[in-house]
Ligand binder design. Structure first.
Ligand code: E6B
Ligand code: ZN
Length: 255
């Protein structure tokens, strides 16, 4: 069943108590630049996205996802730290209530207003995302920081399409959201940053950010997770704010 039938406002992920894994590779992390080590064995990243695999955009109650058809090897990622070929299944953003924060990773403790995650799963070893998500080398996520600046034309097509639920969204090439130098990245072994927090992710964090204008960045009144006015707030938003707070509290109580 598609993700929006498994997750989303009607089945919020945070309600049941979580048995968060003990975890020695939990994400997100603060990237301490002076402690990062150059690895000459890292190869250039090979990103080959086919815009025709773009299927839909939907609001899952705490962010919005753009989902891709991952039934064949049409939109793939390989190279860099990766031994296998990975299939793009979705991308989504993390943002804050204001532009002072919002990203999940930080660079020398600096947070960005938002962070894009392009989620891929290992199609050489597994046949479904659900299988790969529980395996150590199952997922690869490219993270790109967003900074407020000039308007990002490619992003605008997405912002214009933002749904209150699920809308058909096609021919979007996510490569337009990547910075120009995709071979300048940090990589580390980590986890999903939201439940089920499984430690299955090879993170590839881009050093270069992309610029978006302030009216393009997330937050309750821009990225379509809340209606025209406050009292029409769909239930998902209330779950959204509580869940986010609860989840963050759980996570900080853990470590
Ligand atoms: N922020 S992130 O680390 O990039 C990230 C990416 C993907 C997911 C995700 O897909 N969560 C559902 C997992 C699941 C288990 N079984 C079926 N789906 C969560 C966080
Ligand atoms: Zn994410």
């Amino acid at each position: 069943s598609p993700a929006h039938e498994r997750y989303g406002p009607l089945h919020p992920m945070w309600q049941e108590p979580l048995d968060i894994p003990g975890g020695d590779r939990q994400s997100p992390i603060d990237i301490v630049v002076r402690k990062s080590v150059f690895d000459p064995q890292l190869r250039p990243l090979k990103v080959q996205y086919d815009p025709r695999t773009c299927q839909q955009i939907w609001n899952n109650g705490y962010s919005f996802l753009v989902e891709y058809d991952d039934t064949t090897d049409k939109s793939t990622l390989k190279g860099g730290p990766l031994e296998d070929q990975f299939r793009l299944c979705q991308f989504h953003f993390h943002w804050g209530e204001n532009n002072a924060w919002g990203s999940e990773h930080s660079i020398d403790r600096r947070l960005y207003p938002a962070e894009l995650h392009l989620v891929h799963w290992n199609s050489d070893k597994y046949s479904l995302f659900e299988e790969a998500v529980i395996e150590e080398n199952g997922l690869a996520v490219i993270a790109v920081f967003l900074k407020i600046g000039k308007r990002h034309e490619g992003l605008q097509k997405l912002v214009d399409a933002l749904p209150d639920s699920v809308v058909e969204f096609t021919k979007f090439d996510p490569a337009c959201l990547l910075p120009e130098k995709i071979d300048d990245y940090w990589t580390y072994a980590g986890s999903l940053t939201t439940p089920p927090l499984t430690e299955a992710v090879t993170w590839i964090v881009m050093k270069q950010h992309i610029e978006v204008s302030h009216d393009q960045v997330g937050g309750r009144y821009v990225w379509g997770i809340s209606p025209k006015n406050e009292n029409e707030l769909p239930s998902c938003c209330s779950i959204d704010s509580n869940a986010t707070t609860t989840f963050k509290a759980q996570k900080s109580s853990k470590n």
